[in-house]
Design a protein around this ligand. Structure first.
Ligand code: PPS
Length: 197
């Protein structure tokens, strides 16, 4: 299918876009259970970066699943396709010179590895939002855990679908132990050297 696809070389390079912006592009990948605080944390980090004149964009589970990936379910193969499309989207944003914050449950190690390969290791920062299941379930902001426990949602991560814990994340945050402001500080300190143009 790919044999007649020949990429065009455009004159403006990624390096030139990086110079124009004054910072490198990165993908900050927030993974964790539903309700763990991925979006809240991504939102706070994005605000901090924006205030430093860094060009950002956030891709978030619920938003992407309403549009680009509205055809996908939560079956394992569809979750993999969800993450593959997001990885390719993030890759385009990175080529454009933008710091992308992506907040997805992304429960499978192999899918997160695929993201890392797609955007290249140097651009990838894995942030494990390690809030315990009991706390996520207690928060149950969207009422989904209650539904899953009643058997109304199949394949719900942490209840009747697996979450594979990251082995070597760049940052781990348990939102029951670490205030958001401290978590933001830790993440900013981790990425600062990687942002240097
Ligand atoms: S995944 O696993 O990465 O493909 O999931 P993601 O695209 O991040 O979507 C997660 C949000 O969808 C809601 N939701 C579910 N999550 C997990 N399992 C099942 N079965 C499910 N059904 C719906 C849930 O609100 C997730 O949002 P967050 O923001 O993570 O709470």
């Amino acid at each position: 299918m790919q044999e007649n696809i020949i990429p065009h070389n455009f004159e403006i390079t990624n390096q030139e876009r990086t110079q124009l912006k004054g910072h490198k592009a990165l993908l900050l990948w927030f993974t964790g259970l539903s309700g763990s605080g991925k979006s809240t944390l991504a939102n706070a980090v994005e605000q901090a970066l924006f205030n430093q004149n860094i060009h950002t964009y956030t891709l978030d589970g619920d938003n992407v699943r309403k549009g680009l990936n509205s055809d996908l379910s939560f079956a394992p193969s569809d979750r993999t396709e969800n993450i593959r499309r997001i990885a390719e989207t993030a890759h385009l944003f990175i080529d454009a010179g933008i710091v992308v914050l992506a907040a997805f449950v992304s429960p499978y190690k192999k899918d997160r590895e695929m993201v890392k390969k797609t955007v290249k290791d140097v651009n990838f920062v894995e942030i494990f939002v390690n809030t315990p299941l009991e706390e996520c379930e207690k928060r149950d902001v969207k009422g989904l855990y209650a539904k899953a426990r009643k058997g109304l949602i199949k394949d719900f991560t942490g209840v009747n679908a697996p979450y594979e814990v990251p082995e070597n994340p760049d940052v781990t945050i348990d939102t029951t132990q670490t205030p958001i402001a401290d978590a933001v500080k830790t993440i900013l300190e981790t990425i600062q050297p990687k942002l240097q143009a």
